[in-house]
Design a protein around this ligand. Sequence first.
Ligand SMILES: Cc1cc2nc3c(=O)[nH]c(=O)nc-3n(C[C@H](O)[C@H](O)[C@H](O)COP(=O)(O)OP(=O)(O)OC[C@H]3O[C@@H](n4cnc5c(N)ncnc54)[C@H](O)[C@@H]3O)c2cc1C
Length: 227
Amino acid sequence: MTILIKPSATAKATATKDTLSADFAVIGLGAVGAATLYQLAKRGAKVIGVDRYLPPHPNGSSHEPARVTRNAVGEGSAYVPLVRRSQEILSDLERTFNADLMERSGTLIIGAERPTSGEDFVEATVKIAQQHGIEHELLSSAELKRRYPQLIGLTDTDYGYFEPKGGFLRPEPIVSLQITAAKQLGATVIPNSVVKRITQDNGRVTIVMDGIGARSMRICCPTRCGV
Ligand SMILES: Cc1cc2nc3c(=O)[nH]c(=O)nc-3n(C[C@H](O)[C@H](O)[C@H](O)COP(=O)(O)OP(=O)(O)OC[C@H]3O[C@@H](n4cnc5c(N)ncnc54)[C@H](O)[C@@H]3O)c2cc1C
């Protein structure tokens, strides 16, 4: 979950002892929030990121060693431009910070049997790849068995979609690097703080947090847009 508070050009927020002010507050610093924080900081925005834990951590979705990525997203064609852009950003991060964030191993998806009617996930993936000109190969069961002898139990009706430019991401280093980079660009990061309440009043959004073992704190963002 990431909540982004958008700014208004007109309203102003002030900082006091228990109140921080910012153009943007990003609530939740998983994969989405960390990327948002970094991109905003890169654009020169005054941004604060809050997470209830110290990210990266195993209590959300952006943990463990790997997350699959591929360009033809069988879940829906609308994701294709997002994935393409995310891979551009990742390559840029790798170059800028000399980091190893993605294993470009290719992605193999195996279907149990080509459907005689309708469309299964593999068919949907193939259709999206064709629509968007995404490089891919269709593999017969025999070809799958030849190329991947380690896959025991393939049947004669199994078939495969292979996308050479897919692979897997390293979510924890990706989160960590973007938070560090955002901080270097001036972002404020508040870990171990739970956002309890978000209110909007008089052209300002106020985010009320409870820090673990700390007193409650507020972030004020000038806004007319809400969350
Ligand atoms: C087991 C698993 C396997 C997956 N495999 C894939 C895959 O192969 N490929 C793929 O593309 N996707 C995969 N996904 C999905 C992908 O990992 C998620 O879509 C993505 O990590 C979500 O990121 P997020 O930033 O939206 O959420 P999260 O990573 O969950 O981040 C949300 C953050 O908000 C913080 N938070 C929540 N409430 C508050 C609060 N009140 N105050 C302050 N902070 C708060 C949390 O602590 C957390 O850090 C997988 C997911 C899981 C769980």
